[in-house]
Design a protein around this ligand. Structure first.
Ligand SMILES: C[S@@+](CC[C@H](N)C(=O)[O-])C[C@H]1O[C@@H](n2cnc3c(N)ncnc32)[C@H](O)[C@@H]1O
Length: 211
């Protein structure tokens, strides 16, 4: 059998933002791999096997390699599979020719639709699982940008990296849990970066307001 592993972009979180094609792939799957949250939100049927993705990537890839010829395997990833996503590692590990990718609504696309603003003027950076990234340089070189945060590389972390620049010329918004029941988009001051409750899924929006 010549089966492809399907990587489904699930969108920012709300189940009704999953594409019809993505939903179809999940319905046809024998095995679905994903985080606990994505499995519980997007896999409703009881008769497929689910594998929880934690820090067990290597074991999961070995297992998928073993079963992919006989079983329809679907990986769930958040947002769009090829935007700062685990989707890239799946393709790299399993091979382009063995994968099909179903796009999803990215967190940043959803955010800009909520703001009713075009994102074309914004640069996009990710601190998620951050490698070496020069945050101060991003602030100096860009007038409008978003930063994808993660629980470790959070607002407190950002503040610790940009102490020496003129922070007052910026306006900041933080957007958390987009499309979920506890979605929040609020303006925030630089001083409050280390005071607010950090959410696991959030994005910082930065713009120069006196340009
Ligand atoms: C590994 S990246 C995945 C991005 C994803 N592929 C996408 O297209 O949105 C994870 C980061 O995306 C952002 N993110 C994803 N979903 C989000 C949501 N519902 N609300 C806010 N931020 C979100 C957060 O910054 C999170 O740390």
């Amino acid at each position: 059998m010549d089966k492809k592993v399907v990587i489904v972009g699930c969108g920012p979180g709300a189940p009704d933002l999953l594409t019809i094609r993505g939903k179809g792939a999940i319905q046809e799957a024998d095995v679905v791999v994903g985080s606990k949250r994505l499995l519980s939100d997007f896999v409703k049927k009881k008769y497929c096997t689910t594998i929880v993705l934690e820090n067990n990537y290597q074991d999961i890839f070995d297992e998928v390699d073993r079963i992919k010829e006989d079983k329809k395997v679907v990986f769930l990833v958040s947002g769009d599979p090829l935007f700062h996503s685990f989707g890239e590692s799946i393709i790299e590990r399993l091979g382009r020719e063995n994968c099909e990718v179903i796009p999803g609504v990215s967190s940043f696309q959803y955010l800009f639709c909520k703001l009713k603003e075009s994102w074309k003027a914004y640069s996009i950076f990710s601190l998620h699982g951050a490698k070496e990234i020069d945050i101060e340089k991003i602030f100096i070189e860009n007038n409008r940008f978003i930063l994808l945060l993660d629980p470790k590389h959070n607002l407190k972390f950002v503040k610790s990296k940009i102490r020496s620049i003129a922070v007052r010329k910026y306006t900041f918004f933080v957007a958390s849990h987009l499309s979920m029941p506890d979605e929040k988009i609020s303006k925030i001051s630089f001083d409050d970066f280390d005071k607010i409750k950090e959410e696991s899924l959030s994005i910082l929006i930065v713009l120069v307001h006196d340009e």
